[in-house]
Every structure is written in structure tokens, then in C-alpha cells.
Design a protein around this ligand. Structure first.
Ligand SMILES: Cc1cc2nc3c(=O)[nH]c(=O)nc-3n(C[C@H](O)[C@H](O)[C@H](O)COP(=O)(O)O)c2cc1C
Length: 332
């Protein structure tokens, strides 16, 4: 529980983005962040265990840890049956001993997750009992701190965050993260009901982590110091601006072209250390916006990365030579 303190800064779990190499990369900008794997299906753990006790490549990479370079780090699980959680958690206890907490996803609105009753579907009134059973099962079967990550509710304006704060506190969760949108909100909708959630912070002892729309460290400070949240979680802002995790100067506009090139080169180096695939670089290409014309960005960066050494790419970018000298023309 050592990592649970005042003013915690979390990197939000993001599917296909917050891979182990990306989490390690983010720590280069702020070593004090708390990270988490993306959501991992307890059913898929159960299925892989049944097969031959040998995880598929995809599952192994989702659950990959670096016990030195990525701590504290949690594992986020999703599912809809307490028994599947029990099996997955027992397995993690035995085999993946370097996680620092287990987070239960109750916020993902993606159809294939909510259809069987997992993710944000656990916020439906009819699923409250199941949500409670899942939390108590996980807590009973692990010695690790357990948290839940929720949205405001399943359907706007049916606010249930207060009930889930109580659930988390009653069952013995170590903290709860609230993404201040409803499950039927798109990301275009501004985070809502923030004042309502702020008022709940004072009414409970369980630490609450604020999530939604934070774009830099200064904004996080407001939630810690003015609104008394124990933690703040930053998600999408980190893509293309990892500097936002730094205590000073995290605004996107603060960063010079040189700083963005440095951040991109650092990304390539970390990705290379972990033998990440080219697909892992995709979400971060926006670091080079304004340096490479937007319409050419994906093509040029992918070709550059596939065909040239990091040193060549660095020289080319920093000397602002035309990238076309590095990038072969597309063969049509
Ligand atoms: C591409 C993407 C993938 C996400 N994957 C997850 C996930 O695996 N688990 C989860 O709890 N939330 C996931 N989220 C939600 C984020 O953790 C976070 O709650 C949301 O982005 C709001 O925070 P932000 O406004 O700082 O981005 C994802 C969001 C995005 C954009």
C-alpha cells in the first residue's frame, strides 16, 4: 500500500496504448506516476489456463511486467462473473507477483464488453449485486489493494457514482477512480457533474481519484489542492504530449519542435528496448504534428521507422532536412 498517498498522479489505462513500453516511457517524464495495464478479460485468463497453462502471445503481452522499471503498476481486469475473477486473481497471485494493485473495470462502454454484462454494464441497477460480489470476491482472494474504476452511471442522467463509492468503501477497496462521464457519453462530451463528485469527496473516507479531461499537471493540482481528491488520472492528453505528466511546463503549447523531436526519439528508443511492434508507435505519431505535414504523417513515420536507424531519424529530424530524403516514394 506504500504507493497510496496524497496527490497521486495516475496514467489512465488505455487499450492498445498503455503497453509496458509506453508506461516505462511515460515514467521518463515523471517517475512518480502510478500506472496500470489496459483492461484484461478474466474470461480470457480462464480460457488460456484451461488450454495448456500457457498464455497466448496477445495475453502475455497485455500482462507483461517490468518489476524494476514500471512500479507501482496495477493490473486492470474486466468480466461479469465473480467466479472468473476468482480464478484469474488466484492465478495472478501465483504467477504475476509484481503488480501493486488490482483494478476492476466498471467503466468501459465498448459493446463487446458491455453486452455480456462487464465494464460499464456493472453500473446498471440490475447489476449492482453482481458488482458487489465481484469486488468482494477479488478482495477475498488477493492480498493486494483493490480499486474500481467507474463512470458516473450507465445512462445519462442516472447518477450512481455515490452508490459505488459506498460499495467500494463497504467492501474494503483501497480507492475508487471516477471518470466524470456517463457510459452513453462520447469523448466529445465535456466531463460532467464535477461539482457533485467534489461534494462526495468530503463525505467519504475512501480515496477518490478524479478522471476526465485533464490536460496538464497544473490542472491536476487544482483537483488535489482545491478539491481534495487524493489522486488525479490523465489519459488522452499524454498521447502526443507526455510532458503533461511533468510538474512544470506541461502545456502542449509550451513545447518546442526540438522537445517534441526529443520525446519522439526517446519513444523509439524505449520501444526498441522492449522490441515493441510498429503498431505500438502509431498512437504517438501526433508528437510530430507540425513537423511533418498532417496528411503525410502516418506514411512518412512508418516508413522512416521501418527503414532507418534511430540515429538517422534523429539527425534528419533535428537538422530539419526534408523527410523525403529518408522516405522512399510509395510503390503504387
Ligand atoms: C483509446 C482509449 C482506450 C481506453 N482503454 C481503457 C481501458 O482499457 N480501461 C479503462 O478503464 N479505461 C480505458 N479508457 C478510458 C480512460 O482510462 C479514461 O478514463 C478516459 O480517457 C478519460 O480520461 P481523459 O479525459 O484524461 O482521457 C480508454 C480511453 C481511450 C481513449
Amino acid at each position: 500500500m506504500e504507493f497510496l498517498k496524497e496527490n497521486m498522479l495516475f496514467l489512465a489505462p488505455m487499450a492498445k496504448i498503455t503497453t509496458l513500453p509506453f508506461r516505462v516511457y511515460c515514467r521518463k517524464f515523471n517517475p512518480d506516476i502510478i500506472t496500470c495495464t489496459e483492461l484484461i478479460s478474466v474470461k480470457s485468463i480462464e480460457y488460456n489456463l484451461k488450454k495448456d497453462d500457457c498464455f497466448s502471445k496477445r495475453l502475455s503481452s497485455l500482462i507483461q511486467q517490468d518489476s524494476v522499471k514500471d512500479r507501482p503498476c496495477g493490473i486492470q481486469l474486466f468480466g461479469y462473473e465473480p467466479e472468473s475473477f476468482r480464478k484469474a486473481v488466484s492465478f495472478i497471485n501465483n504467477r504475476y507477483t509484481d503488480f501493486d494493485f488490482i483494478d476492476i473495470n466498471m467503466g468501459c462502454p465498448v459493446p463487446k464488453v458491455v453486452r455480456p454484462g462487464a465494464g460499464a454494464a456493472l453500473l446498471k441497477e440490475s447489476k449492482f449485486r453482481t458488482a458487489k460480489d465481484i469486488v468482494s470476491t477479488v478482495i477475498k482472494n488477493t492480498g493486494l489493494p483493490v480499486s474500481i474504476k467507474i463512470r458516473l452511471g450507465w445512462k445519462t442522467p442516472n447518477f450512481v457514482a455515490d452508490k459505488y463509492i459506498k460499495l467500494a468503501a463497504d467492501e474494503g477497496c483501497s480507492f475508487i477512480t471516477i471518470h466524470c462521464r456517463y457510459a452513453d457519453d462520447t469523448y466529445g462530451v465535456k466531463p460532467r457533474e464535477i461539482d457533485k463528485v467534489i461534494s462526495l469527496v468530503e463525505k467519504t473516507d475512501i480515496p477518490i481519484v478524479y478522471n476526465g479531461g485533464i490536460t496538464n499537471y497544473e490542472e491536476a493540482e487544482k483537483y488535489w489542492y482545491d478539491h481534495k481528491f487524493k489522486g488525479v488520472m490523465i489519459g488522452r492528453a499524454v498521447k502526443g504530449n507526455p510532458y503533461c505528466l511533468q510538474p512544470k511546463g506541461g502545456h502542449r503549447i509550451d513545447h518546442t519542435i526540438e522537445e517534441r523531436i526529443d520525446a519522439f526519439i526517446l519513444l523509439l528508443k524505449v520501444m526498441k528496448d522492449y522490441k515493441a511492434s510498429i503498431a505500438d508507435i502509431f498512437p504517438h505519431i501526433r508528437l510530430l504534428r507540425g513537423i511533418i505535414p498532417r496528411q503525410e504523417l502516418n506514411f512518412k513515420v512508418i516508413n522512416m521507422v521501418l527503414n532507418h536507424s534511430i540515429e538517422e531519424i534523429q539527425t534528419c529530424l533535428t537538422e530539419k532536412k526534408s523527410l523525403s530524403s529518408l522516405v522512399p516514394e510509395p510503390s503504387i
